[in-house]
Design a protein around this ligand. Structure first.
Ligand code: GLA
Length: 341
């Protein structure tokens, strides 16, 4: 018995570091992603092949922790078994087109494609899978096995992606609304900054702690509840972190309105404002990212910003129809979400 699943990466148009603050974001799934083919092997061990890396991992139950890509198949097998799924040992062939460590969510693509392939192999009908729950389980893998205290943005974008639409996600209610994203000749591209990104080892977890500390000081459950007056009472750098989240939520709403009006110049402006805030208030940029943002703007982008957790990874640029994006850039547009093949 065999099953194959594909899960896309994602680009977050705007709304960065808002997901774990019960805020708003506007991501979309992209065409590039990860494919997992799984086959029962009748043996006692799970065997995973990272085909692009030419590396292998073998493990049995109870599953032991591991680092790097090996944390993902191990974490997915253990997490699904803990949820009561009867997963028999199998072989998993993993291959991908979304660059790793890029901020394009190769991690969520891997967690979701592994989960969907393994569930199908266990005889679970794809249409009965609760995608909201699955996003939560994949988040658990990220938090407990990979070591990044990331929010659910990436998994939701990967699982709920819709062609030609961005997803307005409200992380307080987990409500997802599709927003038409008709590029009309404009182009969204990402370009590698040359500095690698990892949520588990960068300042990401530290930023999340700072947001939690700000909430404790203000006596509120999440930064979504913070008022402008309250922010000024916070000490530095908690004030700057909270200010970014406060403004970024507003920018998401402004971007939704701009998309509805097909006002791409306004979207571009919001992207650049988001970047400035991520750099100056949230302090999750670095020199390589700054150079890449400047380069995108020099090449004619009307807006550019770091994407994902930051501290490395790709930069997003929005180019008007008249401009030519850099040769090395990857073109991205909203595509459908994860699926069985
Ligand atoms: C990473 C995390 C997400 C989110 C973004 C920042 O991509 O995985 O949960 O926090 O960073 O917006």
């Amino acid at each position: 018995m065999e099953a194959t699943a594909f899960a896309p990466g994602r680009v977050n148009l705007i709304g960065e570091h808002t997901d774990y603050n019960a805020g708003l974001a506007l991501p979309f799934a992209i065409g590039q992603g990860v494919t997992v083919r799984a086959r029962r092997n009748g043996g006692r061990q799970w065997i995973a092949y990272a085909q692009d890396l030419r590396e292998t991992d073998a493990f049995d139950s109870p599953v032991q922790a591991a680092t790097g890509w090996r944390a993902f198949p191990r974490g997915v097998v253990a997490t699904l078994r803990e949820r009561g799924y009867d997963l028999a040992p199998c072989e998993m062939w993993i291959t991908g087109t979304v660059p790793q460590g890029s901020g394009l969510s190769s991690s969520a693509a891997l967690e979701v494609s592994l989960s969907m392939a393994l569930l199908a192999l266990a005889g679970v009908n794809e249409s009965t899978v609760d995608r909201m729950k699955l996003a939560g389980w994949c988040s658990t893998v990220e938090n407990e096995w990979v070591g990044a205290r990331a929010g659910p943005l990436d998994q939701l974008a990967v699982l709920f992606g819709t062609a030609n639409h961005a997803l307005k996600i409200d992380f307080q209610t987990l409500e997802i609304a599709t927003v038409k994203c008709d590029l009309e000749g404009w182009r969204l591209v990402t370009l590698d900054s040359g500095s690698s990104h990892s949520n588990a080892t960068s300042g990401y977890n530290r930023r999340r702690e700072e947001c939690e500390a700000a909430c404790r000081e203000l006596g509120i459950p999440s930064l979504r509840e913070a008022t402008l007056d309250q922010l000024s009472s916070l000490r530095s750098p908690l004030r700057q972190r909270a200010q970014h989240v406060f403004d970024e939520n507003k920018r998401v709403l402004a971007a939704v309105a701009a998309l509805r009006d097909r006002n791409w110049p306004d979207v571009a402006l919001l992207l650049t404002q988001s970047h400035t805030s991520l750099r100056d208030l949230y302090e999750c940029s670095n020199e390589a990212i700054e150079q890449t943002v400047r380069y995108m703007l020099d090449c004619g982008a009307e807006g550019a910003r770091l994407i994902g957790g930051g501290f490395g990874g790709h930069v997003l640029g929005l180019f008007p129809p008249s401009a030519q994006p850099p040769q090395a850039a990857i073109s991205v547009r909203p595509q459908g979400g994860a699926r069985l093949m």
